[in-house]
Write a protein that binds this ligand. Structure first.
Ligand code: NAD
Length: 476
């Protein structure tokens, strides 16, 4: 049993009723377990964050930046352990686990830099009215709850934690019960940096612990990344209390391939967009819209590329794709294979769970999927690609936008003017042209429509934890 909750600067054992099994998805076997935090422990964590707030918000921005750089440095010092843990608990291939760690390090360094620039943002506001002066103060929102999922545990936490601490907020972080170990590094680092007690608290647990935090009346804001169904509960609770919320939710994103693309290059982009992290990405480009003029050449090569992917245990084999991270996710993806059979979809690759231990599925391609298919419309969260052909640019734009989600999209074309034009017409938060899943800390992350509310990363990620205040003085 692991001591797993970091509250008021101390590691404590869980007093909740849920026992959490931490699994190796490549074997389908648990390798650790821990007790969830109780609602009373969530209270203690929120109270500790409240007590720590006045002193933390009074620290200088450069002092906070120093701590953030310390987080970045110490993540680097724990490199091998964190990579191995993500491979074991998430089933990530090594190169993906490395990229996640580098992303988290870059995020802490970036927000350290933004924290250092903060004093210059608190400035005089030129007024047209004579006899008055006004100045801006960007203040921390206060005590924030951060609830995150399991697919990129180091990364989604870093995207919230680093800007929240930079802004001067104190936090209670609740990692996913599927991957509760990797984010313990943030508590260990806080300890070793001497971060004041209560500035960062970590409580682990399942839905009950999440709800105890999501419903807590002691928070000034909640930032949530996860499914739409839980996101709507989190939003209901925020609305009952009239407090702000950021929601990073699901997606059903398109990759649009025009007929002037190099076929092999396009296949590489399509495969990466749907098989990275075994397709367990909110931003997976799980809808392929392929131009009539290239479809017959592209689809057989795409089929071959998916069938040739090396799927296996990242800890013991050279792999391109690992298992799904949880049994629940494996069962969910398998249920979509059954739905596809019921709907009579044409399966060009995969469409089945692998006949071996662990939670593996084969990379899957369905073609000519009808627009009313459940697989075309719902977020599957696995390596399952649905393809349709299009004839005109207008049709590609309309079919991409015809979704309740609006997270990301990819446009592939040698005609850059067209690619830019299409990018501008898409109702999503981020478009990649001739690249896939290229996320930079300087650009924003977040979606339109059902993909959420608010933005992370870039200066927008910091603003999410700041309250704008003006002080106006009459010169009398
Ligand atoms: P989930 O909604 O099941 O769980 C997310 C977190 O919420 C977990 O920590 C969970 O314990 C907690 N939780 C569960 N019930 C709760 C409740 N009633 N109140 C408060 N918290 C509760 O999501 P998941 O399965 O962990 O993650 C997959 C989902 O996350 C997908 O839909 C994916 O698209 C989304 N996601 C979105 C982004 C983004 O940036 N938009 C990034 C990653 C994942």
């Amino acid at each position: 049993m692991t001591t797993s909750h970091y509250i008021a600067g101390r590691w404590v054992e869980g007093q909740g009723s849920d026992c959490i099994s931490v699994n190796d998805p490549a074997l389908g076997q648990p390798f650790a377990e821990l007790m969830a935090a109780s609602a009373a422990q969530v209270d203690q964590a929120v109270a500790a964050a409240r007590v720590a707030l006045p002193a933390w918000k009074a620290t200088s921005a450069s002092e906070r930046a120093g701590y953030l750089r310390g987080f970045a440095e110490q993540l680097g010092q724990r490199r091998e352990a964190l990579i191995s843990l993500q491979m074991r608990n998430n089933g990530k291939p090594r190169h993906e686990a490395e990229i996640d760690l580098d992303d988290a390090i870059a995020t802490f360094n970036y927000y350290a830099e933004l924290a250092e620039q903060l004093p210059s943002k608190n400035r005089e506001v030129p007024l047209a009215a004579p006899g008055f002066t006004a100045r801006t103060r960007l203040e921390p929102v206060g005590v924030v709850g951060l609830i995150v999922p399991w697919n990129f545990p180091l990364v989604t936490s870093a995207w919230k934690l680093a800007p929240a601490l930079a802004a001067g907020c104190t936090v209670v972080l609740k990692p996913s019960e599927v991957t509760p170990l990797v984010e313990q590094a943030y508590g260990q680092i806080a300890d070793s940096l001497g971060l004041p007690a209560g500035v960062l608290n970590i409580v682990n647990g399942k839905a009950e612990t999440g709800a105890a935090l999501g419903n807590h009346t002691g928070l000034d804001k909640l930032s949530f990344t996860g499914s739409n169904s839980v996101g709507s509960q989190v939003m209901r609770s925020a609305s009952a209390q009239c407090r702000p919320v950021t929601l990073e939710l699901g997606g059903k994103s398109a990759i649009v391939v025009f007929d002037d693309c190099d076929v092999d290059q396009a296949v590489d982009w399509i495969v990466a967009g749907i098989t990275w992290n075994a397709g367990q990405m909110c931003s997976a480009t799980s809808r392929l819209l392929v131009h009539d003029g290239i479809a017959d050449a592209l689809l057989p090569r795409l089929q071959a590329a998916l069938e040739n992917l090396r799927v296996g245990n990242p800890l013991t084999e050279e792999v391109d794709m690992g298992p799904l991270t949880s049994q629940a996710q494996w069962l969910k993806v398998a249920s979509y294979f059954a739905t596809a059979r019921e709907e009579g979809l044409q399966c060009l690759a995969g469409g089945r769970a692998l006949d071996r231990d662990g939670w593996f599925v084969s990379p899957t391609l369905y073609t000519d999927v009808p627009k009313d298919s459940r697989l075309w419309n719902e977020e599957i969260f696995g390596p399952v690609l649905c393809a349709r052909r299009f004839a005109t640019e207008a049709q590609a734009i309309a079919e991409t936008n015809d979704s309740r989600f609006g997270l990301v999209a990819t446009v592939c074309s040698a005609d850059l003017a067209r690619a830019e034009r299409v990018a501008d017409a898409l109702e999503v938060g981020h478009v990649w042209i001739n690249s896939v899943q290229a996320v930079f800390v300087e650009t924003s992350w977040g979606g339109t429509k059902g993909s959420g509310i608010g933005r992370e990363l870039g200066p927008w990620g910091l603003s999410a934890y700041q309250s704008v205040k003006h002080v106006t003085r009459c010169l009398g």
